[in-house]
Design a protein around this ligand. Structure first.
Ligand code: ADP
Ligand code: MG
Length: 352
């Protein structure tokens, strides 16, 4: 009798909802690191310190000197769809990394999360959430800013835990995430430290406070993150078309790679992985590179936030342009122009 097996519809509780959302927001330790660094930057931090252990599986700790979270707001910061960054009235006009209010509740649903924070002129406080269960707010000691500590990621979701790769692979993915965000924010100092197994392994990307000029600061940061050789072989790009600005550095064809490993693309300051944009990069170098070589570049596309939708996926690494043709055309023409000019300069030097 089919009526006996009729399913019952019930409302899921918050913990279950957060665990489901976590599946999209937090794919692996590196995604947690990305969310926490973005929160630090959104809070106006000038220094962000990231500590990890065992590929981020047992510990991720992000310390910032940003604006802090008011004690009364700590439970709210851990609640789903609670954000200080938008009021929900204009989803096309977003100027912060975050806006969905999903990262902290998601992390608290799948790991053990402790947030300690202090706003200027008040005492520090701390809140904990583990596997979706929130503790009461209690007093804490902290000079300024925020410390977010995530332990035992995915302990509450064993199925996801099984998909973790080796510590080495997860550490690599975290380092890549830190690099991309460090390129996006040259005026912020980042340190990444692996505190497991003796605590060796530390990288610092120091902000040069003197380096006020956009291109100087970016060039110095790229030299540190991608490498000196890239910086020495990179052409400065700066072009604007129909309200979209493209700037950054693209390497000479002689500095090409055997794989597409040194291609960093940013849209409105956000690191993105986008087929249309990498396709445009490839097309720009078409006449300058053999088929088995890949261009190296760090390119920033800035435009009015209403011309691009970043709300395509919870991780926000995909974007959708209102007019993809303009962005593509801009990349192809600006890079071709720079490469042709560099080639022309090189050949005229040889002729002299
Ligand atoms: P979102 O970033 O989308 O707003 P999150 O879940 O990542 O959502 O964070 C929720 C809220 O907690 C933020 O809107 C912000 O007000 C606060 N917050 C999170 N991290 C920090 C931080 N490092 N410093 C200050 N405030 C923070
Ligand atoms: Mg966030």
């Amino acid at each position: 009798n089919i009526n006996e097996f009729r399913p019952v519809i019930r409302q899921l509780d918050d913990a279950a909802i957060n665990r489901i959302a976590a599946g999209e927001v937090v794919e692996r330790p590196a995604s947690a690191v990305k969310e926490l660094i973005e929160n630090a930057i959104d809070a106006g931090a000038t220094r962000v310190a990231i500590e990890i252990a065992d590929g981020g599986k047992t510990l991720i700790r992000v310390t910032d000197d940003g604006c802090g979270i008011a004690t009364a707001d700590l439970p709210l910061a851990l609640s789903r769809h609670a954000t200080s960054k938008i009021d929900g009235s204009d989803l096309l006009n977003i100027h912060t990394f975050g806006f969905r209010g999903e990262a902290l509740p998601s992390l608290g649903a799948v790991g053990r999360l402790t947030i300690t924070s202090r706003v200027p002129g008040a005492d520090a406080a701390q809140i904990q959430v583990a596997g979706g269960t929130m503790s009461a707010v209690k007093p804490a000691a902290l000079r300024a800013g925020t410390v977010v500590e995530l332990r035992d990621l995915f302990f509450a979701t064993p199925a996801r835990l099984k998909f973790m790769r080796t510590d080495r692979a997860e550490t690599q993915a975290i380092a890549d995430t830190v690099k991309r965000l460090a390129m996006a924010e040259p005026s912020v100092t980042f340190t990444l430290r692996d505190v497991s197994g003796g605590g060796e392994g530390r990288v610092t990307f120091r902000a040069d406070r003197e380096n006020g000029d956009l291109f100087n600061a970016l060039h110095a940061r790229l030299a540190r993150v991608i490498g000196r050789e890239f910086a020495e072989n990179a052409l400065q790009i700066d072009a604007t078309r129909e309200g979209i600005r493209l700037y950054g550095y693209a390497a000479l064809p002689t500095y090409s790679r055997g794989a597409a490993v040194a291609q960093y693309l940013f849209v409105n300051g956000r690191p993105v992985r986008d087929k249309m944009l990498t396709g445009a990069l490839r097309a720009a170098y078409f006449d300058f590179l053999s088929r088995d070589r890949h261009p190296a570049a760090a390119l920033f596309i800035d435009c009015d936030p209403t011309l691009v939708d970043v709300n395509v996926h919870p991780a926000k690494s995909e974007v959708r342009f209102r007019d993809p043709g303009v962005a593509r055309g801009l990349i192809v023409s600006a890079l071709r122009h720079a490469l042709a000019e560099a080639g022309h300069r090189a050949s005229s030097t040889v002729a002299n």
